[in-house]
Write a protein that binds this ligand. Structure first.
Ligand code: PLP
Length: 354
């Protein structure tokens, strides 16, 4: 190994590599089947994973042209998927738009492009927002609502919120974006679950300065593993994100499938109804079991109970995985079962546990 330059700002690690900066650890997320298996054992019937908000009825995968796998995605593929996304989201055709490998990649990139400042994350919410703004060196505070965001240069709102489904109206958010923009600030609206509440989306205002909207393809279309998401915003911000994320930031298959799905208006309309019906059914099942529903969206429901920890463990021992929240110990989030067998299993599990 070469000699260590004492004047260097980087400390050399054991392997001679500069030590990496300290970054807050990745928080616990739903869908961690391996960890659940380690804690509760492998269920005989396999896991019924209700720990995420991913639609269990995915968009049917088309057969793809072989070139999509063998060639790098070309600009026409990117453009066609962007046009489909702008139309599906209801954004103006001239709004800035950039794709990424899931909206998570955008949540990570955005804080690195914005001058360091004071960031208000409207909580309690998806933990990655706070983690990523902090990791990029911003001062981050969690607020309870939009009213206590004064003094922030950046405000982050998940709308509808995960996990409680809290919804702000487009007028209220639009006014906040204008106020922030007047001082060079930014409103970030994470619309990862907005596919089921399209009337509340801010996408029609995309392109206004001071506003960026993040959309996840994976949740509503049930294809989270495909890794596709979009940012909609002012053209200069979209360009900066694109440059930061680099070329071929998503795969050709993701672009082709994303485009097909977002152009499939019949599937989208039918799925919105299916999910709304399923969410109503889940509410009835949970309230009949003695749980109190305190919020959610059509993709997940949030229940509150003093027995949350015990119920989580009892269901996990039966192979049914829910989402718990270390900071909200009375809350449990339920995703939708994928089929009748899943519904029956959940009903049985609740009966035997409560
Ligand atoms: C509120 C919210 N935003 C963004 C994401 C990231 O999703 P993806 O990267 O799959 O688009 C998640 C994932 O759970 C989420 O809950």
């Amino acid at each position: 190994m070469g000699h260590r330059d004492k004047a260097s700002h980087h400390k050399a690690g054991r392997d001679g590599v500069a030590e990496l900066p300290e970054v807050p650890a990745i928080a616990d997320h739903g869908g961690q089947i391996q960890a659940a298996t380690a804690a509760f054992g492998e269920p005989a019937e396999g896991w019924l994973d209700l720990s995420t908000g991913i639609n269990p009825l995915p968009y049917p995968l088309p057969t793809l042209a072989p070139e999509l796998w063998t060639r790098l995605p070309d600009s026409e593929l990117f453009e066609a998927a962007r046009r489909a996304a702008l139309a599906y989201y209801g954004a103006p055709a001239d709004a800035g738009i950039v794709e990424a490998a899931g909206s998570q990649a955008l949540i990570q990139a955005l804080p690195r492009l914005v001058p360091r400042g004071r960031v208000a994350v409207v909580g309690f919410t998806y933990a990655e927002h706070e983690r990523c703004w902090r990791a990029a060196g911003h001062r981050v505070m969690e607020t309870n609502g939009l009213d206590d965001t004064a003094g922030a240069t950046v405000v982050v709102v998940t709308n509808p919120n995960n996990p409680d489904g809290r919804l702000y109206g487009p007028l209220q958010l639009g006014a906040l974006a204008d106020r922030l923009a007047a001082d060079g600030g930014l409103l970030v609206v994470d619309e990862a679950f907005a596919d089921v509440t399209p009337g509340h989306s801010l996408a029609t205002q995309a392109g206004h300065p001071g506003l960026v909207i993040l959309r996840s393809f994976g949740k509503f279309f049930g294809l989270a593993g495909l890794r596709l998401g979009y940012a909609l915003g002012a053209p200069n911000l979209a360009q900066a994100l694109a440059a930061h994320l680099g070329p071929w930031r998503v795969s050709g298959p993701a672009l082709a499938i994303g485009r097909l799905a977002m152009e499939d208006g019949a599937w989208i309309a039918a799925m919105r109804e299916t999910l709304a019906t399923a969410a109503g059914r889940l509410d009835r099942l949970l309230s009949d079991s003695g749980l109190t529903i305190i919020g959610g969206t059509a993709l997940y429901r949030l229940a509150e109970t003093a027995q949350a920890e015990a119920l989580h463990a009892a269901l996990a021992r039966q192979g049914i995985l829910l989402r718990r929240f270390a900071r909200r110990p009375r809350w449990l989030r339920f995703g939708l079962p994928p089929d009748e067998a899943g519904w029956e299993r959940l009903a049985r599990g609740l009966r035997d546990s409560l």
